[in-house]
Design a protein around this ligand. Structure first.
Ligand code: EPU
Length: 335
């Protein structure tokens, strides 16, 4: 393990805000964690993974714990499926690339999502009609309070749209050390979302490589590169509202996008569309702005503090509330 004191976090969060942490410890193997807690006995701690879905608004006076192990192990295999255990520190997109190279289906639509494997179950990352929960079989974690490791089957992870048990009853209580996935050997393309089918066909049909390439190109055309422009992907969630509310809005805005959800009597609205329609796409105040190609993304044009980003986000929420009567929640963790 590697221990850092009084760490500048600007290189460790994709918004590039420069807050500090009292201590940060990187670990490689899960079995280092009992010793880490024994030695440092942190009173206040939390996991900082890739820092892609977090906004620091102040310095952190506790210990941040960062998983760095990147191993992929095949744990079971039959004619149609492969079960793979992946350490939490692997870059998510490296796992997608590995699957494509090994002809395994399941997460190709989740290409290029920034972040690490251990963060994928926390908010059940999703894009283009696929969610991580479709492929996750189990999540293994260390529980400092009991000093034990625990493996939770996917059925017990309470996965929902950008939701899981790790955002609720297990929040701040566990450190995810690995995630077990089941991938398919047979082709199973999911092409129904937006431009995906057109882009895949333009590349010659639904192979794993073509789907990955199409998704990467769609994302690159809309979403800012965090290396160039600080951001945390979607800053807000898409709201799930009563059908009646959506129908009332549709009467005024027939072109408004709607997405079905499993829950009866509810539909999902597109926050990006709402912010765009409220006239805020590309809008900027000081160093913070709404991205010019995807209004769901807030960007740090350089030098913004977490506090400035939050103040700007509140303004966006108010404008959407005033214009449409819809409350939008943040997707990003605010600290
Ligand atoms: N739209 C606009 N203006 C905008 C943005 C979007 O009119 O500025 C419209 C689009 O034309 C489309 C609809 O809103 O009709 C939805 O837009 P899009 O397909 O880009 O997806 P999204 O709902 O804005 C969600 C995820 C993204 C994911 C995409 C694709 C959430 C919070 N976000 O965005 O995830 O990549 O779908 O599946 O669910 C992320 O979580 O960081 C993320 C990027």
């Amino acid at each position: 393990m590697r221990v850092f004191e009084h760490v500048d976090l600007s290189g460790r969060n994709s918004f590039h805000v420069s807050q500090r942490a009292a201590r940060l410890i990187e670990f490689d193997k899960a079995d280092e964690l009992p010793a880490l807690f024994e030695q440092y006995r942190p009173e206040r701690w939390m996991v900082l993974s890739g820092g892609n879905n977090i906004l620091f608004t102040c310095d952190y006076d506790g210990t941040l714990i960062t998983p760095c192990g990147c191993e992929i192990s095949i744990v079971a295999e039959n004619d149609s499926e492969v079960e793979v255990e992946v350490e939490a520190g692997l870059e998510w997109d490296d796992l997608v690339q590995w699957c494509v190279e090994h002809n395994l289906w399941g997460i190709e639509n989740l290409s290029l999502i920034p972040g690490k494997v251990g963060a994928a179950p926390v908010q059940n990352i999703g894009a283009y009609g696929v969610e991580a929960k479709n492929a996750i079989r189990a999540v293994t974690m260390y529980v400092p309070e009991s000093g034990k490791f625990l493996t939770l089957a996917a059925e017990h992870c309470d996965f929902g749209y950008r939701e899981s048990i790790f955002k609720h009853s297990l929040r701040g209580k566990v450190i995810i050390t690995s995630v077990t996935f089941r991938f398919g050997k047979e082709p199973n393309p999911v092409l129904g979302y937006g431009d995906v089918i057109r882009e895949v066909e333009a590349r010659g049909g639904a192979t794993l490589r073509n789907i990955r390439e199409a998704i990467c190109d769609i994302r690159r055309s809309k979403l800012p590169d965090t290396e160039v422009l600080g951001n945390a992907g979607s800053f807000f969630k898409n709201p799930i509202v009563d059908v009646e509310i959506a129908e009332r809005l549709r009467a005024d805005y027939p072109e408004m996008p709607l997405y079905p959800v499993a829950e009866q009597g509810k539909v999902k609205l597109a926050t990006g569309w709402l912010i765009d329609k409220a006239g805020l796409k590309g809008y900027r105040e000081g160093c913070v702005g709404v991205h010019e190609r995807q209004a769901l993304v807030l960007v740090n044009h350089g030098g913004a503090t977490g506090g400035e980003v939050i103040a700007f986000a509140r303004m966006v929420q108010e404008r959407v509330q005033e214009r449409f009567g819809i409350e939008i929640d943040t997707e990003v963790n605010i600290l």
